[in-house]
Design a binder for this molecule. Structure first.
Ligand SMILES: [Zn+2]
Length: 115
């Protein structure tokens, strides 16, 4: 084919003329076809790209358009507060003595109460 700028012969399929450097892409292959990324239907599934254990959190984050880290934090908090956290709370509840009511410390007998 011929370069439209310098009218010199260039090989078919060349993107640039090697005589003048003119762009030939439009002439050679027609309009450049940009591959359109297919947008798959939104489905709840585990992420294979961004996963820590099984990709569950990342999958959920993907589905709900959230930050995977946020989902992981919420998930971990839920686990801790529903399981271990709850148990620790019960243990502390039993083990810790009840603090005296407000004012009980200052109102010791013999000492003048300061309000
Ligand atoms: Zn040229």
């Amino acid at each position: 084919m011929l370069c439209s700028k310098c009218s010199k012969e260039v090989a078919d399929g060349s993107k640039f003329c090697y005589n003048c450097g003119a762009q030939l892409a439009g002439q050679a292959t027609g309009p450049a076809t940009v591959p359109v990324a297919e947008v798959p239907a939104k489905r709840l599934r585990r992420s294979s790209a961004d996963k820590k254990i099984a990709g569950v959190c990342a999958g959920l984050a993907d589905y709900f358009d959230l930050d995977p880290t946020i989902v992981r934090i919420v998930w971990l908090l839920a686990i801790f507060f529903a399981g271990t956290g709850f148990l620790i709370y019960i243990i502390l509840w039993i083990a810790l003595p009840l603090a005296p009511a407000r004012g009980a410390i200052t109102a010791t007998p013999g000492a003048p109460a300061q309000v």
